[in-house]
Design a protein around this ligand. Structure first.
Ligand SMILES: [Zn+2]
Length: 60
């Protein structure tokens, strides 16, 4: 894990206690943009998950 990932994780809250609908992992977290704190989204934090903002699968 790099520092930006850890910084991001510190801005998230515990997610729903259910597996990610895309990849099946249990890495769901709730996250809201600092500029839009009332608009919480559930995100997946797995780097192997296509729906995750950390997905690296298509990068060289
Ligand atoms: Zn996922």
């Amino acid at each position: 894990m790099d520092r930006s990932f850890m910084a991001f994780m510190n801005q998230t809250k515990d997610g729903p206690q259910e597996p990610c609908p895309t990849c099946g992992c249990w890495g769901l977290r709730r996250y809201a943009e600092p500029t839009d704190p009332d608009n919480e989204k559930v995100i997946c934090t797995s780097r192997t998950c296509p729906s995750s903002p950390f997905y690296r699968g298509n990068q060289p």
